[in-house]
Ligand binder design. Structure first.
Ligand SMILES: CC(C)(COP(=O)(O)OP(=O)(O)OC[C@H]1O[C@@H](n2cnc3c(N)ncnc32)[C@H](O)[C@@H]1OP(=O)(O)O)[C@@H](O)C(=O)NCCC(=O)NCCS
Length: 154
């Protein structure tokens, strides 16, 4: 596990863009290009924040996954400091080998080092793999985003 360097940018952008649709639930429709663009926008937002930490995990010397951690975006309701996982992803060929778990553990370590009392993130309700990873890492549901589809009317 290491901090990202500028030459990791292409890896982060390519992997994040390729799995950006995992953030979309089944009740919204998006094409892959739009989701990828949203990921790149998120990346730009994170890069503008002074406290952002990008972590890179490697397997057999090759980049395997990344996690982007915001450390200067307080909880919007309580205004308490927190570490917030903006996005994480693991390359498909090396999934289910503990890379995601290791990235999350490293993020928690960074939060602890910075004395941030919470580690938080958002996940699509349909993303079973990520939800299982987070639940097993001890993250619990705090707020729920509720959405209803609306019929067009005259
Ligand atoms: C979610 C993701 C990061 C998990 O990474 P990973 O390296 O495969 O996860 P790990 O191997 O560390 O798995 C840890 C635990 O998470 C759960 N998990 C991971 N993938 C799972 C899957 N496909 N189905 C069910 N549970 C899964 C399991 O509980 C697993 O423990 P186990 O292997 O002992 O059963 C990866 O699937 C991914 O990159 N998905 C696309 C991007 C994404 O969804 N990012 C999250 C956005 S919020």
């Amino acid at each position: 596990m290491r901090r990202a360097a500028p030459d990791d940018d292409a890896f982060i952008t390519a992997l994040g863009s390729s799995c950006a649709t995992t953030s979309v639930s089944r009740i919204r429709h998006v094409n892959a290009d739009t989701a990828a663009l949203s990921f790149r926008r998120l990346l730009m937002f994170c890069r503008e924040r002074p406290g952002t930490i990008d972590l890179i995990a490697a397997v057999d010397g090759e980049r395997a996954g990344f996690l982007i951690l915001l450390t200067d975006v307080p909880d919007e309701v309580t205004q308490s400091d927190q570490a917030f996982v903006a996005f994480m992803a693991v390359a498909e060929p090396v999934r289910r080998r503990g890379v995601g778990r290791a990235l999350l553990k490293a993020a928690e370590h960074e939060a602890g080092r910075l004395k941030l009392a919470h580690l938080s993130l958002m996940v699509s309700a349909d993303n079973a793999a990520a939800r299982s990873l987070y639940a097993r890492a001890g993250l619990v549901e705090e707020r729920l985003l509720l959405t209803k589809m609306v019929e067009a009317s005259a």
